[in-house]
Design a protein around this ligand. Sequence first.
Ligand SMILES: NC(=O)c1ccc[n+]([C@@H]2O[C@H](COP(=O)([O-])OP(=O)(O)OC[C@H]3O[C@@H](n4cnc5c(N)ncnc54)[C@H](OP(=O)(O)O)[C@@H]3O)[C@@H](O)[C@H]2O)c1
Length: 287
Amino acid sequence: MIGKTVVVTGANSGIGRVTALELARKGATVVMICRSRSKGEAARDAIIAESGNQQVELILADFASLSSVRRGAEEFLTRHDRLHVLVNNAGLYLGERLLSQEGHEMTFAVNHLAPFLLTNLLLGALRAAAPARVVTVSSGAHMAGHIRFDDLDSKRGYRGFRAYSDSKLANVLFSNELARRLAGGGVSSNSLHPGAVATNFASGSGGLLGIGFGLMRPFFISPEQGAQTSIYLASSPGVAGVSGQYFAKSRPTRSSAESTNVAVQRRLWEVSEQMTGLVGQGSGGAA
Ligand SMILES: NC(=O)c1ccc[n+]([C@@H]2O[C@H](COP(=O)([O-])OP(=O)(O)OC[C@H]3O[C@@H](n4cnc5c(N)ncnc54)[C@H](OP(=O)(O)O)[C@@H]3O)[C@@H](O)[C@H]2O)c1
């Protein structure tokens, strides 16, 4: 990965932290996108110390705010003109319905709208670096998801696991649609399930999944094991040119029927363009 620039979102904790560390160990310039300055700086300093790689940078962006995502993308583009790998890893689970800065349901906003916008804003840099890769961390929970186009912000009722599953289905739909839009252009897009991983995920979030996750954590795989598929998709020559696939345990795996529905992929893309303000703004998107 020497000479390559990699962005990892949510890189201060769990799967994202290990992904950033291992890609730094492989020699990449790693740009960590994190929401907390203190946690981000502590993780960056530790990754530099553990990897021996000084080329580890931090950009602050809170995915609960699309304007913050835009500022983060602008900061990246002022420092770098090429991006070889984007790892869309940041994500959360919420037991209660909260709203993002723009008034969207928070799980959908942070897990789907923010990486959708970030990826589109960085597409020019990805194309400039081709062959390049977009890796999106979804979840096996997407299998229980369904995209309710008439209620994307869960106004009619909120359940944490449903909102999470729906957002993780949105990740696979987005990744598949991106792969089709970028076909032949040297930028691949794949999504993945990391396994059930003992991280900070869902801690303090309340709700059934939060409680269940806490109880089950001792039986989960380590963050080092959980990051392996992300690292594989970000760096292995074995997946050069592979695109539009969903992986688990570093192998292509079948995703849900809805995730492969091209009409749903297209519609979600178009709605997301409107929700993020990408439409008609000359973003250089993959339309
Ligand atoms: N753990 C599992 O079993 C599991 C299973 C399937 C899928 N996943 C997926 O794996 C990914 C990584 O999760 P993890 O398990 O490593 O959990 P984690 O340790 O909680 O890491 C999540 C990362 O996302 C960041 N994040 C959360 N909200 C954010 C926001 N508003 N703006 C910017 N960053 C934000 C967190 O930042 P803070 O530290 O500041 O909160 C943290 O860096 C997620 O997409 C998750 O859905 C995890």
